[in-house]
Design a protein. Sequence first.
Length: 245
Amino acid sequence: MLNFILVAIAVILVTIGLVKLVDKFIPAKFKPILTVLLWVLIAFLGYQTYLSIYEPIKFNKLKNKRYALVIESLKDIRDSQLAHRQVTGKFAKDFNGLIKFIDTAEFTITQRRDSSIIDEELTKRYGVDTTKDIVIIDTLGFVPVKDSLFKTSNRYKTMMNVPVGEEGAKFVMKSGFIEQNDINIPVFEASVKKNVLLFDQDKDLLVQENQVVSVDGVNGDVLKVGSMDEVKTNGNWPKTYGDNE
């Protein structure tokens, strides 16, 4: 793109030089036509140069706006999945199950307190009262998951829908387990392709976006949260788009 801009500017300068040459050496009867054609060429090249600068700016502005909306949806999915794991010990395998969980599940509110009791074995062994420390967990009540995560909003019922990009697009969500140190650990991933989010944009700029490797960009060709290959629930977007943890 930079090469094109430099070439376009060079051509414009050359064309302006040709206008001056025409004015100096071309017979008078040909000057008006050639001069008009050359100025049309200058205007065309100037417009193309303007577009080559403006289009990436417009693309990035729209991209950032769409990514921000998608990230909010991914955060809702992550929060819902983390609640599902907290209550059930695993992640939901599909959106239908996740939505049903939010509609019906409850968090248990507990309180931990330290206490001590007679250690019967040591008391019997030494003939004197001996105590041992214990932790008692009291159940104080229950709170609906829906109220805790979404309050009065019902947006969780449509969180499978990608809010921008191709009409009717949905997030791809997977869940399962990976083994670490002989322990099966639950994992999940929700994602959407950049091609879906930016389907109506300049194809060359979209190809460049899919190849991004940057600390302040979304690397790769997808926007996602979680991973099926690692134990993590963060998103792959930089913090300039908001919290990814």
